[in-house]
Write a protein that binds this ligand. Structure first.
Ligand code: GDP
Length: 530
């Protein structure tokens, strides 16, 4: 076994997903506090980017340096080396948000206790399910009035299709929040809102039957707790690590990130229940993270918006072995040996050049324009390709036309390059040329990015006309069906992507089901494996 086995086994790489405002940033901050990576809560930057209106996107780009920094955070806790991948939300929501999940080995889902499962969580969750990675749930904001606990769990089970296992259980919420009951120890960690979350918690554990005696809860609450736990023990599934590993059962925790309550319990359970770097499949075979030599894949490319620095950063997830700065690697898709320049890693609030990194880590490398999303980089003696990153369904579409038709060449070049970076997807009419194309994006902000970049980098003015489509489906069995003969709905449009794969666009979600019904044997997919 390689001598860095321990380094790899102590790594935990996970993504945090939530709907905006559920408390993802606050929870991340508290994790870092425990890891000693920051001294004070409030240091996690990049958050501001999420608050901008669409028209402010240039500001977002100016701040990109910051959002890059905060997109991957590494810290240490109790011997573990933890990599947190942030999934950008709000206006910054884009295909990158989905791709980030491809680099994680597990996901933490933060849910607002008063709101339950919200739209963005639902979308991101689907990607986690597709990958069968473990999912951990933190139900946040218990210091505010929360929905009924059973209702919340029910909603997770029904809406997301995953079984839940509450590891602890809240006593009251809002002003009546008294703490969380630990099902294993029969103890209650009592809630006190005096620390305002600025310190590592001094959480007190009290036997459940001493709560009333010590005036930590009233009799009614203790009775309710008793009833609820009885119901829970009778009705819910038992804990099964196997099901957690497969992403079929989510351990659920309750707390309040803002007041730093329940965070440490969550972190400690999570670190034990989640996995060290998982093997990834290349050319149909699993590559062992520990025993194989260095290998990585590119999951995100970030272009520099500054015209004078047309460089990009390629983010790579290391899948196996050890990376040394300056080592020669083989870029499989490019068929070339090269050295990765300026490899960087992000700490809480700074970037630094890495000397070494291991399977599970994320590094960002300077990219002179050679990498594409999904590319594999491996040790010079190896030659294999990791499974591609799927193309995710755009949700906004616009027709793009060129204002000065003399600039067709630049236009085609620019739009293709931007698509290659993965910021937009391009579609054409089935029989159309490149005069008029349809652009699809996951987050609307990307339309502005496209327009700005074409003007500034390629000197091309375009007109964007928003289209009513919101749903897109790839035809999985395109060789078995005659695309021209598909019986559609009035709001359906057939297009093809750059690889000439046919796709269907719909304005209404129910049309998707209708078309499926009307065309027996037609198989539609929401993701496209490249
Ligand atoms: P994000 O958009 O998911 O990253 O959410 P933030 O972490 O920025 O939190 C959104 C808002 O909710 C902020 O004003 C936080 O201070 C607040 N917040 C976060 N966690 C809690 C909590 O546990 N209790 C309360 N009352 N507020 C919280």
């Amino acid at each position: 076994m390689a001598d860095y086995t321990k380094e790899i086994e102590r790594r935990r790489t996970f993504a945090i997903i939530s709907h905006p405002d559920a408390g993802k940033t606050t929870l991340t901050e508290k994790f870092l506090l425990y890891g000693g990576a920051i001294n004070q809560a409030g240091s996690v930057k990049g958050k501001a980017t999420a608050r901008h209106a669409v028209s402010d996107w240039m500001e977002i780009e100016k701040e990109r340096g910051i959002s890059v920094t905060s997109s991957v955070l590494q810290f240490h806790y109790e011997g573990y080396c933890i990599n947190i991948l942030d999934t950008p939300g709000h206006q910054d929501f884009s295909e990158d948000t989905y791709r980030t999940l491809m680099a994680a080995d597990s996901a933490v889902m933060v849910i607002d206790a008063s709101k339950g499962v919200e739209a963005q969580t639902r979308k991101l969750f689907k990607v986690c399910v597709m990958r069968h990675i473990p999912i951990f749930t933190f139900i946040n904001k218990m210091d505010r009035d929360a929905r009924d606990t059973f209702d919340l769990l029910d909603e997770i089970e029904k809406e997301l299709g995953i079984a839940t296992y509450p590891v602890n259980w809240p006593i009251g919420s809002g002003k009546k929040f008294r703490g969380i009951y630990n099902r294993e120890s029969n103890q209650v960690m009592t809630f006190s809102d005096t620390q305002k979350g600025t310190h590592e918690g001094q959480e007190e554990n009290v036997d459940a039957d001493k709560l009333v005696e010590r005036s930590l809860a009233d009799q009614e609450q203790v009775d309710t707790l008793g009833d609820e736990i009885e119901l829970l023990d009778g009705a819910s599934v038992s804990f099964d690590q196997d099901l957690v590993d497969k992403g079929e059962l989510t351990p659920v925790f309750f707390g309040s990130a803002l007041t730093n309550f329940g965070v440490l319990t969550f972190l400690e359970h999570f670190l034990k229940m989640t996995t060290s770097p998982l093997p990834r499949v290349a050319d149909g075979k699993e590559i062992d993270p520990v025993n194989a030599d260095f290998s990585a894949f590119v999951f995100k490319i970030q272009a520099n918006m500054n015209k004078n620095h047309r460089d990009r950063i390629a983010f790579m997830r290391i899948c196996s072995g050890k990376f040394d700065a300056g080592m020669e690697v083989y870029h499989v898709q490019g068929g070339k040996k090269l050295r990765l320049s300026q490899p960087q890693q992000m700490m809480a609030d700074s970037r630094h050049v890495v000397q070494e990194a291991y399977a599970g880590d994320i590094i960002g490398v300077f990219d002179p324009g050679i990498f594409s999303i999904g590319d594999t980089v491996c040790a010079t003696g190896d030659n294999f390709q990791y499974e591609g990153i799927p193309t995710f369904a755009p949700e906004h579409f616009a027709r793009v036309s060129l204002i000065d038709t003399m600039k067709r060449k630049q236009f085609v070049k620019g739009i293709n390059q931007i698509a290659q970076e993965g910021a937009i997807q391009i579609f054409q009419e089935l029989k159309g040329g490149m005069e008029e194309i349809i652009v699809g994006v996951v987050g609307v902000l990307q339309f502005d990015v496209l327009k700005y970049r074409l003007t500034n980098e390629y000197n091309v003015e375009i007109r964007l006309e928003t289209l009513p489509y919101e749903y897109i489906r790839w035809i999985e069995n395109k060789d078995e069906v005659e695309v021209d003969k598909i019986v559609g709905t009035s709001d359906m449009k057939t297009v093809m992507d750059l690889k000439e794969r046919p796709l269907l666009l719909f304005a209404n979600s129910w049309s998707v089901g209708m078309v499926q019904e009307r065309n027996e044997g037609l198989r539609l997919a929401e993701f496209s494996k490249n």
